[in-house]
Design a binder for this molecule. Structure first.
Ligand SMILES: CC(C)(COP(=O)(O)OP(=O)(O)OC[C@H]1O[C@@H](n2cnc3c(N)ncnc32)[C@H](O)[C@@H]1OP(=O)(O)O)[C@@H](O)C(=O)NCCC(=O)NCCS
Length: 451
C-alpha cells in the first residue's frame, strides 16, 4: 500500500521519511512536561493507543466520535505520520492523551521549481481540561527541534486560527483565494482548447490524480507532495466516505488523448428556482493552460447553475482574465500555507530569486534555529550562495537587511512583498526596492489543499 506520493522529483527519500517518523520525541520538551507530571511520548499507529489518540484529535477539532470503520480507514491512510501525545497519568482516562500532534517529512515547492524537504505539522490539539499550561508550546517547540535535529530545513502547516503560530516563527507565505462566480454574468472569453472534457468514475480520478499532481506541483511555489489519503478524502474513495455519490469527476484529455487535467465538483439544487443551482469545486488540477481553460469553461457553462464556488486558489488566477465581467467573481483572500525556516543557508539556497544582488541578512529567531548574520550572493540567473558571516563586515555595495525569522519565512515563497513588511515596520533594508525585487517571484504561490 502506498501512503505517500513519491515521484522522480522527490528529495525526501523514503529512508529519511521513515527515520523522522520513527524518531524519538524531543528530550527538552519531554523533561519540561515531565516536571508538570505529564508524559510526552510517541503513539504507534498499530498499537492500542491509536484509537484514543484519534478520538482526542476529533474532539479537539469540535468533531464527533469516530466509528470503528472510520478509525480503521484513517489508520490505513496515516502510516506516513509521526504521532505524538501528551498523557496525564492522573486523569480518569489515562490511556487517552490530553494533547496531540502529528508530523511527517514532506516536500515544499519553492520559487524556481525545486522541492525542499519540509516537516509538515498537523493535528495540534490540547484538551480544554489542560489548556493554557504551555502544552502546545512544548509540543510545537519539541517537533521543531526534532525536525531541526533530523536536518530538515523547513517546517510548514495550515491553521485553524491565525493567531497561534507566529510565536514559533511560522508566517503565512502563500495566501489562498475563495471565489464565488455568478455564472450568468461571467461569460467565457478565454481560450476554447482542442481536446475533450469527459465524466469519469471517481475511482478513476483517484488513480490518475497522484501522478498528475506530482507532475504539476513543482510549477507552483507553496504546493506540497500530497499524502495519498488526502486524495481519498477528495475523491470520496475512503470506505467510510459520506455522500461520496454527490461528487462528479471530470477529466480533460488533450488532442493527443493525454489526460492533462482533472476536476471534482458537487451540485446543490435550488428548489425555489431550478435554474439556480450552486456548484462547489472540490479540486481542479490542470497540468497545462489548455486543461485549465477547458475545465473552467465547462464548469462556468453548466446549465441550471447560477453560482460556482471554489477555494484554495491563487490570489492571481488566470481565470479572472477568461471571463468578460470580472465583477461576476467575488474573491476573498485568507492566510493559508504557513512556513518556518529552520536552516537559513539550506532554505535560501534552494529557491531562485527575482534579481541578482548581494544582501547581508541579519535574522533574529527567538527559538535560535535561524538566528544569525548571513551573506546572500545571488547571481544573474537568480541562484544564491548563502554563507554565515557572523559580525564580519558585508562586502562593499551589499544591501543590509534586518528581519525576524517570521518575516523571512513570509517572503520566502515570493508572495509577500518585502516592501509591504518594511512599510508595516516588520523588516528593514538599506535598499527596499532591490530587496523586494530579489525576494519577489513572477507567479503567486499557492497551496491547493489543507493538511
Ligand atoms: C490552540 C491550542 C492548541 C492551544 O493550546 P494550549 O496548550 O492552551 O497553548 P499553550 O498554553 O501552550 O500556549 C501557547 C501560546 O499560545 C497562546 N495561545 C493559546 N491559545 C491561543 C488562542 N486560541 N489564540 C491566541 N493565542 C493563543 C498562549 O497565550 C501562549 O502564548 P505564549 O507562549 O506566547 O505566552 C488549544 O487551545 C486547542 O487545542 N484548540 C483547539 C484545536 C486547535 O485550534 N488547534 C490548532 C490547530 S491549527
Amino acid at each position: 500500500m502506498t501512503t505517500t506520493t513519491e515521484s522522480a522529483a522527490t528529495v525526501a527519500p523514503a529512508s529519511d521519511r521513515d527515520a523522522f517518523r520513527d524518531g524519538a520525541v524531543d528530550e527538552r520538551s519531554r523533561a519540561r512536561l515531565a516536571e508538570n507530571g505529564l508524559d510526552y511520548r510517541r503513539v504507534q499507529i498499530d498499537g492500542d493507543g491509536y484509537a484514543p489518540w484519534l478520538q482526542v484529535v476529533a474532539r479537539g477539532f469540535q468533531d464527533g466520535e469516530r466509528s470503528d470503520e472510520q478509525i480503521a480507514a484513517t489508520r490505513e491512510r496515516s502510516r506516513y505520520r509521526r504521532l505524538t501525545g501528551v498523557f496525564d497519568p492522573a486523569a480518569p482516562m489515562a490511556e487517552a492523551p490530553v494533547a496531540t500532534i502529528a508530523s511527517w517529512l514532506g516536500e515544499l515547492t519553492v520559487p524556481g521549481g525545486a522541492a525542499l524537504p519540509s516537516a509538515a505539522i498537523s493535528a495540534v490539539t490540547v484538551a480544554p481540561t489542560h489548556r493554557r499550561r504551555g502544552i502546545a508550546r512544548a509540543m510545537l517547540e519539541g517537533e521543531l527541534r526534532a525536525a531541526h535535529a533530523a536536518g530538515i530545513p523547513m517546517a510548514m502547516l495550515t491553521v485553524s486560527e491565525s493567531t497561534l503560530y507566529g510565536r514559533y516563527g511560522f508566517a503565512p507565505a502563500a495566501a489562498s483565494a475563495s471565489w464565488r462566480i455568478d455564472t450568468k454574468r461571467a461569460r467565457w472569453i478565454g481560450p476554447r482548447p482542442e481536446g475533450r472534457v469527459d465524466f469519469i468514475p471517481r475511482e478513476r480520478l483517484r488513480e490518475l490524480i497522484p501522478a498528475l499532481h506530482d507532475r504539476s506541483r513543482l510549477g507552483s511555489a507553496g504546493e506540497i507532495d500530497v499524502p495519498g489519503g488526502h486524495w481519498d478524502n477528495f475523491a470520496g474513495t475512503r470506505p467510510d466516505a459520506e455522500k461520496a455519490g454527490e461528487k462528479r469527476a471530470l477529466q480533460y484529455a488533450d488532442a493527443a488523448g493525454e489526460v492533462r487535467g482533472l476536476a471534482l465538483y458537487s451540485v446543490r439544487e435550488n428548489h425555489d428556482d431550478f435554474t439556480k443551482a450552486t456548484v462547489t469545486v472540490a479540486y481542479l488540477l490542470a497540468e497545462t493552460d489548455d486543461a485549465y481553460a477547458a475545465l473552467w469553461r465547462f464548469l462556468l457553462e453548466l446549465d441550471l447553475v447560477a453560482e460556482v464556488r471554489a477555494s484554495e486558489l491563487t490570489v492571481d488566477e488566470p481565470l479572472r482574465w477568461m471571463i468578460a465581467d470580472q465583477r461576476a467573481a467575488t474573491v476573498t483572500v485568507q492566510d493559508h500555507q504557513y512556513v518556518r525556516i529552520l536552516d537559513v543557508p539550506a532554505a535560501l539556497e534552494a529557491r531562485r530569486y527575482g534579481a541578482g544582488a548581494t544582501i547581508a541578512l541579519q535574522v533574529s529567531d527567538p527559538l535560535g534555529f535561524a538566528e544569525g548574520r548571513f551573506l546572500l550572493e545571488i547571481d544573474g540567473d537568480g541562484a544564491a550562495r548563502v554563507t554565515p558571516i557572523g559580525a564580519e563586515a558585508a562586502p562593499a555595495g551589499a544591501v543590509e537587511a534586518d528581519l525576524g525569522v517570521e518575516e523571512l519565512s513570509a517572503v520566502y515563497l515570493g508572495g509577500v512583498p518585502f516592501a509591504t513588511l518594511a512599510a508595516a515596520g516588520r523588516a528593514r533594508a538599506t535598499d527596499i526596492a532591490l530587496a523586494g525585487r530579489v525576494f519577489g517571484w513572477h507567479t503567486a504561490p499557492r497551496l491547493s489543499i489543507w493538511y
